[in-house]
Design a protein around this ligand. Structure first.
Ligand code: KG4
Ligand code: ZN
Length: 350
């Protein structure tokens, strides 16, 4: 079964074709980074308009790469969480294609997409986890730890109480005048820096909780800049490395604590921040020490893409689910309660 996936929850317009084995036949992403960069963050109304302009060319390109619409068996589209206006664009087009071609339609949760991106097969050799696994989902909007039993059976183990890890990168980079989005820029700078140059706090590390908090860290960086100004050259690289080091240490330590608490020796990194070289290296080192196998998606599978949406769509369809034309967007994260698996409400227009 080949599924056309459509993703438009935030600032990437994406379409992909993936089969139920996770093989990626086409994957096209139109980024809006340049559009939002002057504002230092995503402007929802601009995002919706850009999705409208980009969606059909992106979908046409993905279909052309995968041999045409005739070879598509179903349509999967991100239903939430995300910006409502942005989600509506993808959903409307997904519904139209499914209706016109009489294809099954399935709404996909963006977070489930990220957590299952590790299974995507882009033609490179890769190792994939068995279920269950512990998933560390770190993106611009979310930072959470899950026990993952199936694409639709997740238990929340902990989550951020304020900023997401990606937000901590982006806001920190803004304070340093580095541009948007800050994560990849800080990552690049940090490679040449000394993380021990400045001592930043490790928020909530020794509190026996799997929750996170990054807003204090951002404040610590703001205070540092107030006192010392924004450095240049090597000192800037050192500051970036120290700031990244604090974020990464908390993420990696807590992820391994989650593996110990659940006795699941498999850890998956997911979301845009999983592209971070420092996080990959620290998680690999700690996992090695503690007998945990680490699985990391390829870079193209970490940041927002439609291949992960198509793949979870294929899993949903295989488990017998399909949605009707009243599929509606939802903006907040679904209600997955700590320690309890709660079925998502996919149709409620929240
Ligand atoms: O998953 P994603 O593409 O979109 C959301 O669902 O939010 O994640 C975007 C976030 C941004 O905050 C971006 O700065 C961060 O991921 N990011 C990184 C890296 N690449 C992207 N953060 C740190 N290091 C990176 N290499
Ligand atoms: Zn995302």
């Amino acid at each position: 079964m080949r599924v056309l996936g459509i993703e438009s929850s935030c600032d990437e317009t994406a379409a992909a074709v993936v089969d139920e084995g996770g093989r990626v036949h086409a994957d096209v992403v139109a980024s809006q980074i340049a559009l939002h960069a002057p504002y230092g963050g995503v402007v929802p109304e601009l995002a919706s308009r850009a999705h409208l302009e980009n969606a059909w060319p992106v979908i046409d390109a993905a279909l052309a790469q995968a041999g045409g619409i005739e070879r598509i068996d179903a349509v999967a589209v991100t239903a939430g969480p995300g910006l409502v206006g942005a989600l509506l664009v993808g959903l409307s087009i997904g519904k139209a294609i499914a209706f016109a071609r009489r294809l099954p339609l399935v709404g996909v949760d963006h977070l489930e997409g990220h957590l299952f991106a590790v299974f995507l097969d882009r033609g490179e050799p890769r190792s994939i986890p068995t279920l269950p696994f512990v998933g560390l989902l770190v993106s611009g909007g979310h930072t959470a730890l899950y026990e993952v039993h199936a694409h639709d059976r997740l238990t929340l183990l902990g989550q951020t109480r304020d900023d997401a890890a990606g937000e901590a990168f982006d806001k920190g980079a803004k304070l340093l005048g580095l541009g948007y989005p800050g994560g990849p820029i800080v990552d690049r700078l940090a490679r040449a820096g000394d993380a021990r140059s400045v001592r930043f706090p490790r928020p909530m590390l020794r509190e026996g909780s799997l929750d996170f908090s990054f807003s204090g860290l951002k404040t610590a960086l703001a205070r540092h800049v107030e006192l010392h100004g924004v450095p240049e050259g090597q000192a800037l690289a050192d500051l970036a490395a120290a700031y990244q080091g604090a974020i990464v240490e908390v993420l990696a330590q807590k992820a391994l604590e989650a593996c110990a608490a659940t006795r699941i020796p498999r850890l998956v990194l997911a979301g845009g921040v999983a592209a971070n070289a420092g996080l990959r290296a620290r998680a690999a080192a700690l996992a090695g020490e503690r007998g945990v196998s680490l699985f990391v998606p390829e870079l193209a599978s970490c940041t927002d893409n439609a291949a992960m949406i198509a793949y979870v769509g294929a899993l949903s369809l295989a488990s017998g689910r399909s949605d009707a034309s009243d599929l509606a967007p939802y903006s907040r994260a679904r209600e997955i309660r700590r320690g309890k698996i709660v079925a998502p409400s996919r149709r409620a227009g929240r």
